[in-house]
Structure formats: C-alpha cells, structure tokens
Ligand binder design. Sequence first.
Ligand code: GDP
Ligand code: MG
Length: 298
Amino acid sequence: MDASKTHRAGFVTLVGRTNVGKSTLLNRLVGQKVAIVTPRPQTTRRRIVGIVNEPDAQILLVDTPGFHEPRSKLNERMVETARRSLTESEVVLVVIEAGAQLLEGDRLLLDEVTRSGHPLVIVLNKIDKMPREHLMAVVAELGQALPTAEIVPISALKRENLPELLRVIKSLLPESPSLMPEDEYTDQTERMIAAEVVREKIFLAMRQEIPFSTAVEVEQFVEVPERELTRISAAIIVERDSHKGMVIGARGQQLKLIGTKARLELERILGRHIFLELNVRVEKGWTDDPRRLKELGF
Ligand code: GDP
Ligand code: MG
C-alpha cells in the first residue's frame, strides 16, 4: 500500500423495501455472486457481508432482509437483523426503486436513518425502467426533501453509474486499514453459499407460499481432493406434507430440476465439480420454533 495515500474502510449497510434490488447491487459491486436474487419479496433472510477490495478502500457491504411487517418469528428475526446492521455501520445506503411511489414505510425508514446520524446515500435503482426526463424530476424532488443526503441514480442490473456510487461511498468512509482479509469477498462460508443457492432455485421454481416457509440445511460438505470434487448433501425443510410433495414433483422431476440448477450454479461459484444430493423433510412449525431458527442460523 502506498503510504502517501489514505486508505478507507468500514461497514456500509444496504436497506430498503424488499425487491428494490439490494442483493443485485451487492453482487454487482462485489463482482461475485454473494447474495441470492429472485423476483420475490423476502428472499434475503440473514445479514450477508460482501467485501469490495479496492487499492484505496475496503467497503464492507451489508445486505439485509427488507423491513416489513413481522408475522412469524422468522420475520421478526429478519427485521431485527436489519435494524442491528444499521447501528453497526458507518454509512447507510437506502435503496429506492426509481419508478415507485415513496410509501409510508420508506419515509419512516428515511426518518430513522436520518435520526441515527449516519451519512446517508439514497440509491435510486432501476433507472433503466424509467425515462430520463422523469428521472431528473425525481432526483430534484428527493434532493429538496433530504438536503443532507447524497442521491445517486443507478441501474444495478445494467451496471449503470456504479463507479460514481463507489466514489460517493468511499468519500464517506473513515480512514482505516482493511478490516477483513483482502483476498476474500464475503463472510459466508462455502457451506452457507451452498444452502443459499439451493434456496434460490426453490424460490425460482415454486409458487406462492412454499418458498417463504422453506429452509435449506447443508448436512454434509466433503471435499474429495483426488477427484477435485465436493460432495454436498442438503435437506430442504418444509412446513407441510403437501409442500413436500410439491417440491419433489411428479416422479421427482421438480426436485431434480432444482438440484441440477443449483449444482451448475455452485460449480460456477466455487470453481470445481460438485456432487449435490437433496432430500426433502417436513418440520411442522419450524418458522416459529426459536431453537430450530437458531440451529438454522437465524
Ligand atoms: P432485494 O429484495 O432488494 O434484495 O432485491 P433483489 O436484488 O433480489 O432484486 C429484486 C428483483 O429486481 C430481481 O428480479 C432483480 O433482477 C430486479 N432488479 C434489481 N436491480 C434492477 C435494476 O437495476 N433494473 C431492473 N430492471 N431490475 C432490477
Ligand atoms: Mg435481497
């Protein structure tokens, strides 16, 4: 490191309504798939750190579950997690969808962040879906409502204006050496990534409420070095017998498809051959069982 240049580092938390593109943005900035993304709300369940290593800064991006009405204990844990990350970070990015109306919940969140005194960056995402003329008006309006916040319009999906966002984030971070090893890009273990990727494929394959009451538990994660292979065995936990049948599908086709998609993605992420075995297990009421939630990492 060049001693004449300042180096900055710190935690930066992403908050915002569910589905605005927080996880997509995290993956884009890190340059690796760290967080799973689906078109469904409430995909992200726990706090995930993505590490952006640059010559002059280390940005520890914290992806949080969205803030929403807690219904089950699982939901409560998700909201608590988001709140806690807020207090632990140096900078807060509030992600808003460019075309959407600001809702009551967004205002409450903006108030909460403003009161916390953290430097605030409003990230206006999905500008690819909005005409340019309109965008100027939205930025101007937000600027008036929140004069102390930085406002950065981006498209996470199309990678538009991300260098500018990085520049703004860095300018708000304190001087500090790196806080995590510089050759790592996430705090998640490969085991955790495996469970999340399987969960993503379930979210993408299944309808309605099934994904929201499903968890994935990796039971075996074994390297077989002589074959450059990792053998992973995971249980898909569902709440009802009927859900089990649907996840498995007729003649096991659904489960097979989920397994194939997860394996291919994991091979890309982990860079080696994977042998993936999935089984489905019914655990009634796991989303409200504190002991099980703890075991599953919530
Ligand atoms: P999160 O719930 O806030 O983490 O949102 P996700 O990152 O899971 O994204 C939700 C959906 O929005 C996914 O279908 C993404 O592909 C999509 N999305 C994210 N960023 C953009 C963007 O910049 N433009 C468009 N058009 N879609 C986006
Ligand atoms: Mg997410």
